[in-house]
Design a binder for this molecule. Sequence first.
Ligand SMILES: NC(=O)c1ccc[n+]([C@@H]2O[C@H](COP(=O)([O-])OP(=O)(O)OC[C@H]3O[C@@H](n4cnc5c(N)ncnc54)[C@H](O)[C@@H]3O)[C@@H](O)[C@H]2O)c1
Length: 269
Amino acid sequence: MTIAENLEKLFSLEGKEIMLTGAAGGIGSALARGLAGAGGNMILCDIDEGGLHSLKLEIEAMGRTANVYLMDISDLGSIRECVSKAVNDRKRIDVLINCAGINKREGFLDVEEHTYDRIMDINLKGLFFLSQEVARHMMQQKSGNIINIASHNSVGMLGGCSVYGASKSAVTALTRSMAVEWAQYGIRANALAPGHILTPLTQVTWDHPQRSAYLEERIAMRRPGLPEELVGITVMLASDASSYMSGMMIHVDGGCLAGGSPWPYDTKY
Ligand SMILES: NC(=O)c1ccc[n+]([C@@H]2O[C@H](COP(=O)([O-])OP(=O)(O)OC[C@H]3O[C@@H](n4cnc5c(N)ncnc54)[C@H](O)[C@@H]3O)[C@@H](O)[C@H]2O)c1
C-alpha cells in the first residue's frame, strides 16, 4: 500500500453523513470545508440562512455534497424538525459536531437573567437536546460519533466570561456522560477545546491593542489560531483514526494552557 492509501484508510470521511451546527460561523464554515474535503457529506445547520447557502455553493463547487437546514438550537421544536428532515433526506447521521455557540463578555455582577439564559440555551441546553435527538438515531444504527466544541474557557478562565465558561465546562462534563452511557450503542464522544481563534466572535478582541497584547503573552506561539488549524484534529476525531478514543477533551491552543510566552531570560541560544 502507498502512504497515500494508508492515510486515506485511516482518515477518510468518504460516505460519512456529518451534521454540523454553527456551520455558517468562523470555525463552523472552516470545519465544513475541511471535512467535505476529506470526503464527508455535510449536513449544515445554523440560524444564518444566507451564510448556509453560500457555504453550500462553495462545498458543491468542490464537487462534494451539502444539505442545509435552518436550525435554532435554542428551540427544541426546531431541533426535532431539523433532525427529522435531515434523517429523512440523508438516511443516517454518522457524526454530529456541536459547534454553535455564543458569548457576551460581562462582569459577573452585571449579567442579567436574559443574557444568562441565552448563553446557556445555545451553548449547553441546545447541545444537550440535539445530542439526545441525534443519539436516538445513532443507537438504531449501532454506531455514531459526537464531537463537542468546548473552549479554553472550559478550564482556564478569561475575565467577563463567567456564564460562557460555565457553559463550556459543562460541555466537557456532558461529553464524558455521552461517552460513558452511549459506548454500549457504538457511539463515542469527544470534545475539542480551541484556544484563541480569530473569527467574527473574537475579531473585536484581536482588534483591541491592549487585549490582543494580553492574549499574545498568554499564547506560547504568540498569535491567534486560524479556524483552518482546527480541521486536522477534527478529521482525526471524526474518522476511524480515533476509533478507541472517547470521553476526552483535546486542546488546540498554540501552547496557551502549557504556560504561554515566557519573559526574556538569559540563554545560550
Ligand atoms: N473563536 C474562538 O476563539 C473560540 C474559542 C474557543 C471555542 N470557540 C467555540 O467555537 C464555536 C464557534 O465559534 P466561532 O468563533 O466560529 O463563532 P461565530 O460567531 O463565528 O459562529 C457561531 C455560529 O453559531 C451560530 N448560532 C448562533 N446562535 C445560534 C442558534 N440559536 N442556533 C443555531 N446556530 C446559532 C451563528 O449563526 C454562527 O454561525 C462556538 O461554540 C465557540 O464557543 C470559539
